[in-house]
Design a protein around this ligand. Structure first.
Ligand SMILES: Nc1ncnc2c1ncn2[C@@H]1O[C@H](COP(=O)(O)OP(=O)(O)OP(=O)(O)O)[C@@H](O)[C@H]1O
Length: 271
């Protein structure tokens, strides 16, 4: 029995053509001996290329811990995370930071924009970290600003625009380097409902028209209803999965609210 386990562990994992990411039996424990918190407990799932996946769950269910491991910010206690044929749990710190820069884009609740730079400069900064000719950078930034509807505010500073516009700038910044995966952690958390709606329309366009694969952690049922699929975490484990399929967004929202009612998740914004 022990021999068989070893052989399984050693066999190379090859993702199928449509898979962007595979999470295998990932665990994260905090604390020691008598005081262990199992923040994430044997979680496995895949994300396909072009998917818009939501992760929901009550406070403390392990969403941020999971996202931090997927985004290479935190290490797993056990398990493996494959992007293509790269197992990121095996990379050292330098390789991890290269991987993060080359493959991932981030959108956080609090925008993370630099206040002393204009909207356009904030986006250019993210690109210049990767190098590239000025002409190509300008063309790319121009097309993304237009696609996300923030072309008209390109010369303003973050303090001069709304929260929703700031967040669309953060989306542009996440998109400019054509990441394999965009990770969003409560992207609508600081927005009013109208801005949240506009931001989710932006995510939808990024996903459907620009082909971005998106993984979004959210408390908010309304935001989650824009996803193709949702994983629900409870006590660090996946306890339910919803697939939107052919349902309308409103029908999907109804299903999400039903699951949240079972888990005690936050459905304040589920309008
Ligand atoms: N650094 C840490 N040290 C010890 N325990 C931690 C640490 N970070 C998180 N935890 C615990 O792990 C569990 C999962 O936390 P996590 O922040 O991932 O949940 P969450 O679903 O993102 O919650 P929220 O929605 O409130 O942000 C919780 O019980 C939390 O207290």
């Amino acid at each position: 029995m022990r021999k068989k386990r070893k052989a399984e562990a050693a066999s190379p994992v090859i993702l199928n053509e449509n898979e962007q990411l595979r999470v295998c039996d990932v665990e994260k424990y905090y604390g020691a001996k008598n005081n262990i918190t199992r923040a994430v407990n044997r979680v496995s799932f895949s994300v396909d290329k072009g998917e818009f996946l939501g992760i929901m769950g009550a406070s403390g269910s392990g969403k941020t811990t999971l996202l931090n491991m997927l985004s290479t910010i935190d290490r797993v206690t056990a398990g493996h995370i494959y992007y293509g044929n790269t197992d990121i749990t095996e990379l050292d710190e330098d390789a991890l930071s290269d991987f993060r820069r080359e493959n991932l884009g981030f959108v956080f609740q609090d925008f993370n924009l630099l206040d002393t730079l204009t909207i356009e400069e904030n986006i250019i900064l993210a690109m210049s970290l990767h190098g590239g000719k000025k002409k190509d950078v300008d063309r790319k930034v121009d097309s993304i600003l237009k696609a996300l509807g923030i072309d008209g505010i390109r010369n303003k500073f973050p303090s001069q625009v709304s929260g929703g516009q700031k967040q669309r700038c953060a989306c542009a910044r996440a998109l400019v380097n054509d990441p394999r995966l965009i990770m969003a952690d409560e992207p609508t958390g600081a927005l009013d409902s109208k801005s949240a709606q506009m931001l989710m329309a932006t995510f939808k366009a990024m996903n459907e028209q620009m082909g971005a694969t998106i993984l979004m952690v959210t408390h908010d049922a309304f935001s989650a209803s824009y996803c193709n699929r949702i994983l629900f975490l409870k006590d660090g484990e996946i306890f339910n999965e919803l697939i939107r399929g052919e349902q309308s967004r409103k029908e999907f929202l109804g299903e999400i609210l039903d699951v949240l009612a079972l888990t005690g998740g936050d459905s304040r914004y589920g309008q």
